[in-house]
Design a protein around this ligand. Structure first.
Ligand SMILES: NC(=O)c1ccc[n+]([C@@H]2O[C@H](COP(=O)([O-])OP(=O)(O)OC[C@H]3O[C@@H](n4cnc5c(N)ncnc54)[C@H](OP(=O)(O)O)[C@@H]3O)[C@@H](O)[C@H]2O)c1
Ligand SMILES: *[C@@H]1O[C@H](CO)[C@@H](O)[C@H](O)[C@H]1NC(C)=O
Length: 270
């Protein structure tokens, strides 16, 4: 009897911060094979791959003779702001998995810290172009490149194919690191809902909108701004990458949630 193959996930911008937290949940809680995409720091990506391999091995030391082979974890470098790189990433991911892709986490984002309240600080054309490339177009290109693989996944198990994107609370409530960031994150949420309409009934498409997370990215806000943001959160604390990753897990294991944007912001937008 052929052993059932494991599900395969791709996580973009997956070697640190929120992407790494999501990769841990997909790998260690759901037992998926995971491809981790990164851009510049190969050592950090390799360290995460090793962490997943070691943690899996330690937790499954007594699985000898199991029917299902252990999940495969590996890292692929690609600049997700370039369409050709996105296409190559999907090709390499599916080549390595024997032509299987069930879950795509489209997590890349870009901003430049500006003063949101200062209009003169919100009209840099290069900021607008890079925000549109990273926060809107990159997610569309990744969805387009993944579509046929996700459709095949759904053909094997109805409802299993899912695309989850990381937006931001800045896309729901005008706020955040810059005007172009907020506007393009809002566009990203609308893109996700549009893709959910276009790709039904075969692929489910959802997004998460976190408030400030204390990743490398979040910690690049000035300390005084972080303190003020924490005070503004109704829960007087920050959302965590682990919380957001659990919301992503819910979207992944669901068979019927589509077109939804989940806000995880410790009450900031309430
Ligand atoms: N942190 C927050 O406060 C916050 C709040 C709301 C939403 N978000 C959103 O959450 C997502 C992840 O943010 P984060 O805070 O987890 O970021 P982070 O901790 O700074 O992690 C960045 C990750 O992205 C990778 N990366 C950067 N540029 C890339 C590119 N062009 N192509 C491929 N990979 C790239 C990095 O890999 P290398 O190091 O190898 O380059 C690293 O794995 C973004 O979409 C962001 O907009 C963040
Ligand atoms: C941001 O810009 C607003 C409007 O110009 C100004 O009132 C505020 O002091 C600025 N904030 C910082 C931190 O510079």
């Amino acid at each position: 009897m052929a052993a059932p193959a494991r599900k395969v996930a791709l996580v973009t911008a997956g070697s640190a911060g929120l992407g790494a937290a999501i990769a841990r949940v997909l790998a260690l809680e759901l037992g998926m094979s995971v491809t981790i995409n990164y851009h510049s720091n190969a050592n950090r990506a390799a360290a995460l791959v090793k962490e997943l391999q070691d943690t899996w091995a330690a937790r499954h030391a007594t699985d000898a003779g199991a029917q299902v082979a252990p999940p495969v974890f590996h890292a692929i470098r690609a600049d997700i702001c370039k369409r050709s790189e996105i296409i190559r990433l999907v090709e390499e991911t599916t080549a390595a998995s024997g032509g299987r892709l069930d879950t795509v986490i489209s997590n890349v984002g870009w901003t430049k810290m500006r003063n949101f309240s200062d209009l003169d600080d919100g009209v840099d054309e290069d900021d607008w172009d890079r925000c549109f490339d990273s926060n809107v177009k990159a997610h569309l290109w990744l969805f387009h490149a993944s579509k046929k693989w996700l459709e095949e996944s759904n053909a094997g198990e109805e409802g299993s194919a899912v695309f989850v994107s990381t937006a931001s609370i800045a896309g729901c409530k005008p706020s955040g690191s810059s005007l172009p960031y907020a506007v393009t994150k809002a566009a990203q949420i609308h893109l996700i809902k549009s893709l959910a309409v276009i790709s039904a009934p075969s692929i489910r498409v959802n997004c998460v909108s976190p408030g400030i997370l204390l990743t490398d990215w979040g910690l690049s806000f000035p300390a005084a701004r972080l303190e003020a943001a924490k005070e503004a959160n109704k829960l007087k604390r920050f959302a965590t990458v682990e919380d957001v990753a659990q919301q992503v897990r819910t979207f992944v294991v669901s068979k019927t949630i589509t077109g939804q944007n989940a806000i995880i912001d410790a009450g900031f937008s309430l």
